[in-house]
Design a binder for this molecule. Sequence first.
Ligand code: OAD
Length: 260
Amino acid sequence: MHQPIGDPFSDALVERLAQARRVAVLTGAGISAESGVPTFRDPDGLWQQFRPEELANVEAFLRNPVLVQGWYAHRRAVVDGVEPNPGHRALAELEQMVVKKRGAFLLATQNVDGLHARAGSEHLIELHGTLTRSYCIACEREANETELAALESGDAAHCPACAGLLRPDVVWFGEMLPEGAMEHAAEAAAASDVFLSIGTSAVVYPAAGLPLIAKQAGAYVAEINPQRSDIAFRLDEHVRGKAGVVLPVLLERLRAFTAA
Ligand code: OAD
């Protein structure tokens, strides 16, 4: 496979993407790393400092709602203070290119930071929910910012309508993904001509199964990540590098290829 000097990816990837009618993408925390959002499993990742079992499951929440609500309030503040990076924007542009030629595009993200939507991605599935919404665990009413701000007083934030606890609309360990989300993502993966797995360690299932579903169904599957994930050896190509650096170059090559 020819790989031009200077490009971290192969010509084959550019050609396949240019010819693809259907493109599907999976992203993980790595795509937001260059925006300043910490990942989970890197040496400076969240799960090195915090224990998932104390923060990311419903039992932990019921045991200590102030701790868990506070942790998510902190993560919301981090995300509110950052911007989408060139990697997020390149994926929004890739979507535009595919849609313009009447192809199908789907971006499934494991991230809850809302940065893909802010970058302009529209054909988007947030497999693990989003930090940008919270709701009452008793009456399921969506909460607003003022209600969540009650936390600042040191008390747990409660629903003003029924006094139930407010929780972030994210998927915790042991919980189901949003209804239909995985089915939709798996269909898009299986139908894709090219599948990109970007910035994920690919260890949390079912999301981590998407690149393998695509590969098994005959897609060309490339991973973009400074490290090889555990599933890299089963894919067609590992592109070593940061998403915010690699993706804009890939888009540039793609534009040049399609214009030629
Ligand atoms: P991880 O923290 O497990 O993996 C992040 C990946 O991003 C690693 O493979 C890094 O090598 C890579 N990476 C770091 N910087 C990068 C960059 N600039 N460009 C590209 N890649 C980079 O995060 P996820 O795979 O997203 O789930 O984790 C999956 C799930 O585990 C999360 O959604 C979360 C967590 O527990 C829940 O909370 C349900």
